[in-house]
Unconditional design. Structure first.
Length: 264
């Protein structure tokens, strides 16, 4: 289950890649704009602001996220939100912009989906995606190792064995070109400076909103506390505090595909 409040705790840091991605999507007057895996809708709203004449849709498989998005925009808001799985979604003839930010790392077989969406883009259509490329970062290694440790392996072994790797930038570029699009692909490592507060180590708090969700789903409250108690010192060692902040490097991979206007 996704918790919008936990996820939004670092809204600024999580939002920046979305805006960096959209800076490279140069659609002028799109008819329909779709945000796949839109989460709590705070970023989807900016799409409606940028293209006020477009029909903007947000789709997410989490009912909690969609509920939050609808509540935050109010009844008269411009975005049409719906619960749905991106694996079942296909662009229509008017879908001029597809955006999917920090979602496809959760979707096995994403390459086939990206290729299908890119192939089906209308002329002058755009597809922008961003995925975290940090599955080998110390935080994720510590999490996997703990899941596979004797105390937790029986319950969390499957989580520990699951490495959510994503395609390398060149693989996305090839996928997009094979689908007949011009490709613009890059990677960035952001250095998030997370403030130290009185609660948990900030990297633990960050992970609670995303990578720790599958662990949370499998543990009762007391075990969830015990698991975090064990993970926290490992994270503190890998990500020490300095003058009240913790430096948290975070690699992300971006890909934008554009079907040329004369293509169809
Ligand atoms: C890390 S959040 C990103 C939310 C938003 N795009 C953003 O950038 O803030 C990942 C979102 O992807 C959604 N998601 C994961 N798998 C999905 C799927 N197969 N279909 C639709 N949404 C999915 C989750 O429910 C969650 O809201």
């Amino acid at each position: 289950m996704w918790n919008p409040d936990t996820y939004l705790r670092f809204a600024d840091e999580r939002g920046r890649p979305f805006h960096d991605l959209l800076d490279r999507v140069h659609a002028q007057r799109p008819r329909q704009v779709v945000d796949l895996g839109c989460g709590p809708g705070n970023l989807t709203a900016s799409l409606a602001g940028r293209w006020p004449e477009a029909e903007v849709r947000g789709i997410d498989s989490s009912a909690e996220m969609i509920e939050r998005a609808v509540a935050d925009q109010g009844a008269a808001g411009p975005v049409r939100y719906a619960v749905g799985d991106v694996r079942d979604w296909r662009p229509g003839p008017q879908t001029d912009v597809i955006v999917t930010n920090a979602v496809l790392q959760w979707v096995p077989g994403q390459e086939e989906l990206v290729a299908t969406w890119a192939r089906e883009l209308p002329a002058d259509g755009w597809l922008g995606l961003q995925v975290p490329g940090n599955h080998d970062a110390p935080a994720h290694r510590a999490l996997r190792e703990l899941c596979l440790s004797p105390r937790w392996a029986q319950r969390l072994g499957a989580v520990g064995e699951q490495v959510r790797g994503v395609p390398e930038p060149a693989e996305y570029a090839r996928l997009l070109r094979d689908a007949g699009c011009a490709a613009d692909v890059w990677e960035t490592t952001y250095l998030h400076q997370l403030p130290v507060t009185e609660g948990r180590h900030p990297v633990l708090t960050w992970l609670s909103g995303t990578a720790l969700r599958p662990v949370r789903a499998l543990l009762a409250e007391t075990d969830w506390d015990a698991f975090r108690d064990e993970l926290e010192p490992r994270l503190a060692e890998d990500y020490p505090a300095h003058r009240g902040v913790v430096d948290f490097p975070f690699r992300r991979v971006f890909a934008v595909g554009h079907r040329l206007p004369s293509d169809r």
